[in-house]
Design a protein around this ligand. Structure first.
Ligand SMILES: [Zn+2]
Length: 115
């Protein structure tokens, strides 16, 4: 049984919006997963910001350096960008995997109570 989070009215299982207050009804398991992953999403964004800062920093110092050092600076900056960006994207993959698992488990649970 679902309950409206705002006015605590009992709702139908298939209900997507509260008939009393109009509050959209989200599956409680999905809502819990969303809350849990909010901090990981923020960290992922911070990692991407750092990735860009690393590249910009390396370009800044590459301008001031000469010869092979310029190549090292830019190369290191691109390497840092790719590495941090990959880490940030991998967090998304982990989140997607866990969300999929939750959806599958929820679907299985609903299926078993039907019959
Ligand atoms: Zn309501």
């Amino acid at each position: 049984m679902k309950t409206c989070e705002r006015c605590f009215v009992d709702l139908e299982e298939t209900c997507t919006q509260c008939p009393c207050c109009g509050e959209p009804i989200i599956d409680p398991e999905v809502a819990a997963v969303n809350r849990k992953h909010q901090s990981i999403r923020i960290l992922s964004t911070i990692l991407k910001i750092f990735a860009v800062i690393v590249l910009l920093g390396s370009i800044y110092y590459a301008i001031g350096s000469k010869g092979i050092q310029t190549l090292y600076m830019v190369g290191g900056g691109i390497f840092g960008l790719v590495l941090l960006w990959t880490l940030a994207e991998m967090e998304k993959v982990f989140i997607d995997t866990e969300e999929n698992t939750h959806y599958i488990l929820a679907a299985k649970k609903k299926g078993s109570t039907k019959g």
